[in-house]
Design a protein around this ligand. Structure first.
Ligand code: ATP
Length: 330
């Protein structure tokens, strides 16, 4: 059986006392797209930098297509395309010159180099901008240029750190399209992002990391369903008058949690997944004098699932599934 495209085993990276990566293990099969998700400071960039052979782990192993990144960084660099979250640019270098410079660094010569630069500009839709100064591009075009640079040597594995950060919706759609095309070509893509809804659409699997540890590895659908089953149902509730009354009511009512204020109400969670329980909660709200104008169930999205997961980590007792019962009121 062939080695996974990316394999990380018991990976640790300490910065003094700070455990930025704290025992990560995961495999990503060839030809799949894996989203790497976590709060700021969770250890994503550090992990990706190790995989890109730019940093050493304190302990553990990381392999690309079976090749150890610590022992064989040169070989690994031939296999990966690295798109960092921030990258340097040069004054007075056009798009074509910029790509040509990197193609030369990758060892391409003569007509092969020219052809490779043209192919990459075509793929990233930069051909019409070949003579533009590379440091004068919009954020979206700059990201496409950075992707082009990462693709010059036609790598099997792409590691992308927050490629969609700071992009407007149109540029995000364009980037997503390019990632989809690369995935269809069979490349393995490991991508970090804070925009979970977009990752859910394009990734075969999602890897959630918190404080340097993996808290979930699975597909987006199972995450939505799994969290749904244990994390209850979400409702949008609109009321007449002060929404703060609704918040107070939630704080004294078992099995109901206030999640966030909204213009005329709030988003709340009702524990359990039975419709009958939601009906009892609504009836109790009304009996308790809240003037409810709207009450409807909301679809859980990946952000909800992630926040829930973090909440359960911080408060493991809420995972037990044995909350105080919400008894029907006489
Ligand atoms: N070179 C370094 N020296 C000291 N601490 C570092 C260094 N690099 C990262 N850290 C710390 O390690 C932790 C993990 O950082 P990392 O950049 O990997 O997180 P991240 O998940 O990528 O966060 P973000 O989403 O904000 O980019 C953070 O607390 C960060 O401050």
């Amino acid at each position: 059986m062939s080695d996974p495209a990316i394999s990380v085993q018991n990976l640790y990276r300490y910065f003094g006392p700070l455990k930025a990566v704290n025992g990560l293990s995961f495999d990503i099969p060839h030809g799949s797209v894996c989203g790497f998700v976590g709060a700021n400071g969770a250890g994503k960039t550090t992990t990706m930098r190790i995989l890109a052979s730019l940093d050493y782990p304190t302990m553990g192993t990381a392999k690309i297509c079976g090749i150890n990144v610590i022992h064989y960084p040169e070989e690994v660099r031939r296999l990966i395309g690295w798109m960092p979250d921030h990258f340097g640019n040069y004054n007075h270098m056009t798009v074509a010159e910029y790509l040509d410079f990197y193609a030369r660094a990758f060892g391409y010569r003569g007509s092969e180099r020219k052809q490779r630069v043209e192919e990459v500009m075509e793929f990233t839709d930069l051909t019409g901008l070949a003579d533009r100064f590379s440091n004068k591009l919009s954020k979206g075009l700059t990201q496409r240029l950075c992707l082009g640079r990462a693709l010059l040597h036609d790598p099997q594995v792409l590691i992308m750190d927050e490629p969609a950060a700071g992009l407007d919706p149109k540029a995000r759609v364009e980037l997503k399209h390019l990632i989809r095309v690369l995935a269809e070509e069979g490349k393995t893509i490991f991508i970090s992002s804070h925009i979970l809804s977009e990752l859910g659409e394009m990734c075969d699997s999602l890897l959630f990391v918190n404080q340097g540890r993996i808290v979930h590895h699975g597909d987006a659908e199972s995450l939505r369903q799994g969290t749904d089953a244990s994390g209850g149902m979400l409702y949008d509730v609109q009321v007449v008058g002060e929404p703060s009354r609704l918040q107070e009511w939630c704080s004294i009512t078992p099995q109901v949690e206030f999640l966030e204020s909204r213009k005329q109400g709030a988003r709340i969670r009702i524990e359990g997944v039975e419709g009958a329980l939601a009906a009892r909660v609504l009836s109790r709200m009304i009996k308790d004098g809240l003037e409810v104008t709207e009450f409807h169930r909301e679809q859980r999205n990946l952000e909800d699932a992630f926040i829930d997961m973090l909440g359960r980590l911080e408060n493991p007792s809420s995972e037990s599934g044995t909350p105080t019962s919400f008894a029907p009121q006489p």
